[in-house]
Ligand binder design. Sequence first.
Ligand SMILES: Cc1cc2nc3c(=O)[nH]c(=O)nc-3n(C[C@H](O)[C@H](O)[C@H](O)COP(=O)(O)OP(=O)(O)OC[C@H]3O[C@@H](n4cnc5c(N)ncnc54)[C@H](O)[C@@H]3O)c2cc1C
Length: 491
Amino acid sequence: MLVDTTGLIAGLFSLVPILITSFGVLLELKDTIFSNTSQKLTNDGYDFVVVGGGSAGCVVAARLSENPKHRVLLLEAGGNPNPFAAVPLTTPFLQNHPATDWQYTTAPFSDSSGVSMKWPRGRGLGGSSTTNFMMYMRGNPLDFDQWANITGDFKWSYNNVEHYFKKMEDYHGIYKNNLGKHGRNGPLRIEPVIYAPGLDYVLEAVKEAGYTFSPLEYTQKRGRRYSTYSAYIKPNLDRPNLEILRYSHVTKIHFNHNLKANGVSFVRRGGTSYVTTKREVIICAGTINSAQLLMLSGIGPLEHLKSVGINPLVNLPVGRNLQDHVSTIIGPFMLNKPVSFMPPRDVTLISIGEFVLNGSGPLSSPLGTIGIGVTSSSSSPEWPNLLHIFASLGIYEGLGATLDQIFGTENYYTNLFSTFIEQDAHLVNLSLGKPRSTGFIELKDGNPLSKPIIYPQYYSDPGNQDIQDMIEGYQMLVNLYENTNSLGKKL
Ligand SMILES: Cc1cc2nc3c(=O)[nH]c(=O)nc-3n(C[C@H](O)[C@H](O)[C@H](O)COP(=O)(O)OP(=O)(O)OC[C@H]3O[C@@H](n4cnc5c(N)ncnc54)[C@H](O)[C@@H]3O)c2cc1C
């Protein structure tokens, strides 16, 4: 006898945000009961204080504490990763959620729309690697070489950094038989996409159109999320020279008279503490909060610091030249065959069991993402500047609301999808990899707990090249889904 579990599964889905909140509360309670700040902090200072235990901070703290002579303190504003983060399908629910995210919203855009956008940023150990879409892709070698040129430091060149990629990787991806280019002995597990309905059609169509795209690879282990916390910190929690203080929000970096950082203040459980360092303070608080913390500590644009009552120590353009890979979702491209991931249809008790036992099936998928590729617009023929991420995602009741929640687009996607409910579809996230437009971040005021103000200034470049490049990417995708034999004519 077949039992219809659709209602049960939909019910479970709607519980996910509440369960994430509950686990968040429990994790903080556990920390309050079992971790005591005053017992933990040593009196004679640390060699290194790492601020922020996110993607970068976990790696830095783990690598520095490999040397038993280094005493390392990692201060993280959030707590341990929420258990739900391990299940890739819950990824969208982690965005903008108070238990896992900083919940940033940009300033309203200066155009006539007056729209603001959400800017999700992970909060807690692993940082945004605990909440992101887990896609693994090395940067373009040209970018690294450009950084080497700009900084005059060859260490940034791709030839030099390639060794570190290999060292980091425990690679089980699609090129696992070509281990010359990848590493197997590093801590960060990389696996190929497991659940990918419709991927073959996409790869065929892309080939027809003259490009080469790939199946996605993720930072996953047996289908579960593998953040930098899982890779670098969890295996080293018992190191006596590595201390981690959770729920510790750093509010200021302190400097000696030579402007060398010698300590930080942080707020934990409502009280302020101060800790000193003998060697370095390393700021790994992410794009937004690193800029915020530097400005709060007196390093930033002089006039701006004065305007919010901060004593300027060094006049530097901190928070300026903000570049974000502006994205737009192209689609939905409607399909005539059931070759997309349709959660109400495809998430069943069996698929839940599949994930629990084998780490496979739809629960291993961050919202149906399947393939990835880069192309060049005509303004950048030698250097790919458009990123295409394919999501095989049927339109179901609630998908619009989920996307509106991630992007802060009010009811835009809810309305857009309302006439396509229960139809198979693909969506493509198109991003501008090398935007010319720049924005900036400023402090709202001198209060370290106030959210900074984010001005992305998308599509503000004087020549309007950014929007032209995006239009070319859009045209390429429409052509793919409308005119190729493998997609447009077949599905
Ligand atoms: C929704 C989303 C999806 C993404 N998807 C992908 C993807 O699929 N693939 C990919 O490669 N990249 C992806 N990214 C980007 C990637 O996750 C980030 O570039 C990367 O995680 C940034 O690392 P970070 O160490 O600079 O910052 P984070 O990982 O954000 O870490 C910063 C850490 O510092 C902590 N912190 C901040 N302020 C303080 C303070 N004052 N005191 C103490 N602690 C503090 C934070 O809580 C956080 O843990 C995505 C990002 C987002 C937001």
